[in-house]
Design a protein around this ligand. Structure first.
Ligand SMILES: Nc1ncnc2c1ncn2[C@@H]1O[C@H](COP(=O)(O)OP(=O)(O)OP(=O)(O)O)[C@@H](O)[C@H]1O
Length: 314
């Protein structure tokens, strides 16, 4: 039985179709990433799976319980860490954990022990009895995740767990999330805008666009579907994009233009560079740079959603 199974989820807000038949299945003990730009439908999916809102149609089960028929069972089995930090700034780290565990009706002795265990695990022991308003963003985020785990859930939902963190705190959070799934067999569903985060953490990835899953697989599998290298050309003038596109048609495939950037694919990118430069020069197109890279998740996104990820996110 999968830990999470959602089939054909549809959710509409007024005229806005947030989910348009989204289907995912998450095996127990794995980290599943929902990757997509702002407005793709990631948070709406989490809201449905965590019983905060009901789908217009479709079904969803979490650890075997139907989210609409049996929300109480689902809530006991899951931990949620929402996009916004939910720690009480006027309580200490330990108090936050105890307050949160109390909501689940945990017994005081067990709760104290579990709070200590989590403070230790998230390296917050020294700060445990300080008001959390004195914590750094990274520490607050760690406490937030610890709160989500207080009642020993089987499935943890993390909605953009590293948004707003500096690179160091982000890397530390990645280490924690990977360890949670590896050491404790926790099933984790996370949403992210960061291609790098999805690449690093998720064993399976669903790329979401306009409320649907447009690509599904392991990060490596998705990347290896793409043949050859990605060639990116920065033009001096956006007005040259059409001419440049035509000049590259015989040398590369899958050419797309966005502003002054052109992306294309070539079997051997490095070998294609001189020919690309020569063809653009012959067409009278001024070039600022040409770069070649192995396919990234960005290329996977472009292939499946027909758009460049960063642009959509911006
Ligand atoms: N309560 C609401 N009322 C109206 N529209 C909503 C509501 N919640 C979400 N939407 C709309 O539904 C669409 C999907 O939103 P959702 O928050 O699920 O996307 P997301 O992928 O999580 O984006 P983000 O990365 O910004 O959190 C968006 O167009 C959004 O504006």
């Amino acid at each position: 039985m999968p830990a999470i199974a959602a089939r054909g989820l549809v959710k509409t807000y007024g005229k806005q179709r947030a989910l348009d038949g989204l289907t995912i299945e998450v095996p127990e003990g794995t980290v599943f990433g929902l990757l997509g730009p702002n407005g793709a439908g990631k948070s709406t999916t989490i809201k449905i799976l965590t019983t905060l809102t009901a789908p217009d149609s479709g079904t969803a089960h979490v650890v075997g319980h139907d989210v609409t028929r049996n929300p109480g069972r689902v809530r006991l089995a899951i931990g949620c860490v929402s996009q916004k930090i939910s720690v009480d700034p006027w309580a200490t780290g330990r108090e936050n954990l105890v307050l949160h565990g109390g909501l689940y009706g945990m017994r005081p002795r067990d709760l104290r022990r579990r709070a200590d265990e989590l403070l230790e695990r998230f390296d917050l022991k020294a700060a445990a009895d300080r008001l959390t308003r004195t914590y750094s963003g990274g520490m607050q985020r760690k406490l937030d995740v610890a709160m989500g785990l207080i009642h020993r859930p089987k499935v943890l939902f993390l909605d953009e767990p590293t948004t707003g963190l500096d690179p160091e705190a982000r890397a530390a959070m990645w280490t924690e999330i990977a360890a949670l799934s590896r050491d404790e067999g926790l099933t984790i569903l996370l949403t992210t805008h960061y291609l790098e985060e999805a690449d690093k953490l998720a064993s399976t990835l669903a790329i979401v666009d306009r409320g649907r899953v447009v690509a599904l697989g392991t990060p490596e599998g998705l990347k290896s579907e793409l043949r050859g290298d990605a060639v990116q050309v920065e033009l001096a003038e956006a007005g040259d994009a059409m001419r440049a596109q035509r000049a590259l048609e015989r040398l590369t495939t899958e050419i797309t233009a966005a502003g002054r950037s052109l992306r294309a694919r070539a079997d051997d990118g490095a070998a294609a560079v001189p020919a690309v430069l020569a063809a653009l020069d012959a067409a009278g197109v001024a070039v600022l740079s040409v770069t070649v890279a192995r396919p990234s998740l960005d290329d996977v996104y472009l292939r499946h959603a027909g758009r460049v990820f960063e642009e959509v996110a911006a």
